[in-house]
Design a protein around this ligand. Structure first.
Ligand code: 4AD
Ligand code: MG
Length: 461
């Protein structure tokens, strides 16, 4: 079998020759002596028209196929200069590999995203999800390529962990204990020593802490894997299971971290625009008008920079527009993030140097003793897409911060060791992969950029 992509890309080599393609029927219509099939094979965004004739012994079988049937077609590829499509196949043989029942849910009409979420096993066959998941795949490849070209080592960090990297307590517990008969200690607490790992464990919220150990050996590393958060927030940007890319760089400060983040995002945008032009055109026409122009502008301009303190001053002037009023010390809500990037900067922007109270324990304390060397990258349409920081590299300061926050020292011994044996100044960040795909496609809901979304009250398929 050849593919529709191959035919479109190397049309000269295939014109007037016999080709064989396999795919799924998007539509069939017949008149008495011949008929047309629109075929999609998943290799390319475009479809291919097939013409078939009543000389075929299975003409009737073909004509009564339903949308969604799987077929194999052998025939001659001919140019059709008058038609909308550049060519079609004059079929010599059409083999019906798998019929499709008449109740096939994806009939030729526009379905709502909500409805398509209820059939996540079939929605990859639609134009929208063909485009989304090809872009998602290219985006992953581009990210690996970006880091590999720069000699970063790809590290696989564990999904089951005994520590809470972000300290937000939003973890899914992992246990083999019988929940109806939980072993208890003498004072009535859960006895985790009887659990599989002999201690309390969870699904990871971030690979960062493990990643840092490798950065202190390889200098530049990145992770790319699933992470889990039991956030009870039912928004269009939060999933319980999402993928994160977490580079970690040794001998680097916050400035180096932001340069890396900006270069990475620009690289990925360029890569996807170059390798999925049809898909990007589709998003630009049907999902988010102006997307391509906006992304072109992003790759050709510098990201904005603003400190948290400056951002609060800018936002406070607009407090009348917000549900949550801002003040120095508050955590920025999505409405504030979007206002900054969409109304004030009109491009991606890094917000830096947040108050230590609203950030994680591992961030490096600034000289003011109030803020930490943190950065969030905010983008129009979404808000936060990246969160990162320079890490606290001083043993005593880190230990002090952990004690203040009540972190159990014995769970983080390995992490403290890194500050004991050849500590370097170092930094890193986490890019939310789904948010990145949303940004590149203009899709408005995280549920529609991950194949099988897991969100509050939803774990289908
Ligand atoms: O800002 P976060 O919590 O940062 C960290 O986890 C750090 N350990 C990263 C690091 O420095 N190595 O999360 C990073 C990014 C966010 O900016 C966001 O894009 C994404 O992960 N993210 C989510 N994406 C989807 N659903 C959720 N529930 C998310 N929570 C965070
Ligand atoms: Mg964050």
């Amino acid at each position: 079998l050849t593919t529709i992509r191959e035919i479109y890309k190397n049309r000269e080599a295939y014109l007037d020759k016999e080709v064989t393609v396999g795919g799924w029927v998007r539509s069939v219509r017949d008149s008495k002596t011949f008929g047309f099939i629109v075929l999609h094979d998943g290799s390319y965004f475009e479809t291919l028209q097939i013409v078939y004739h009543d000389e075929m012994e299975n003409f009737a079988e073909i004509s009564k196929m339903n949308v969604g049937a799987a077929i194999i077609v052998k025939g001659i590829l001919v140019a059709t200069p008058q038609a909308k499509q550049p060519f079609e196949i004059q079929a010599a043989e059409v083999t019906v590999e798998g019929v499709s029942a008449p109740d096939y849910p994806l009939q030729k009409k526009r379905h709502s995203m909500e409805y398509l979420r209820t059939i996540s096993h079939l929605r990859p066959r639609t134009n929208t999800f063909q485009a989304v998941f090809r872009v998602r795949s290219l985006c992953a490849y581009a990210i690996h390529q970006f880091f590999q070209e720069r000699d970063f080592v790809y590290v696989n960090t564990p999904l089951i962990t005994g520590s809470d990297c972000e300290g937000a307590g939003e973890m899914f517990q992992v246990t083999t204990m019988d929940l109806d008969n939980i072993p208890k200690t003498e004072d009535g607490a859960v006895d985790f020593t009887q659990d599989f790992f002999g201690k309390k464990t969870s699904l990871t919220v971030s690979g960062q802490l493990n990643g840092e150990t490798f950065a202190q050996a390889f200098r530049n590393i990145y992770t790319f894997g699933p992470t889990f958060r039991a956030e009870n927030s039912n928004t269009t940007r939060h999933a319980a299971e999402f993928w994160m890319i977490e580079p970690e760089i040794a001998f680097a400060d916050l400035e180096d971290d932001m340069e890396l983040a900006e270069a990475m995002l620009k690289y990925v945008i360029r890569y996807v625009m170059e390798h999925a032009p049809e898909e990007m055109q589709f998003f630009n026409s049907f999902v988010d008008k102006g997307l391509i122009e906006r992304l072109n502008h992003v790759v050709n301009s510098e990201f904005g920079r603003v400190t948290y303190t400056e951002a609060i001053e800018l936002l406070e002037k607009n407090n009348d527009k917000f549900d949550y009023k801002v003040y120095w010390g508050c955590d920025l809500q999505t409405e504030h993030e979007r206002y900054l990037t969409e109304q004030i900067f009109k491009r991606p922007v890094f917000v830096t140097d947040y108050p230590k109270e609203i950030k994680a324990f591992y961030m490096k304390l600034n000289d003011d003793n109030k803020t930490v060397a943190a950065m969030d990258c905010l983008v129009p349409g979404i808000g936060e897409i990246i969160g990162g920081s320079q890490r606290e590299d001083d043993y005593e300061k880190l230990l002090g911060r952990m004690k203040e926050l009540g972190l159990a020292e014995e769970d983080y011994g390995f992490y403290l060791d890194l500050r004991k044996y050849g500590s370097t100044h170092h930094a890193g960040f986490g890019l939310g992969f789904e948010r990145c795909v949303m940004y590149l496609t203009g899709m408005g809901n995280i549920r529609d950029v991950i194949p099988f979304p897991r969100t509050v009250n939803n774990c289908e398929l």
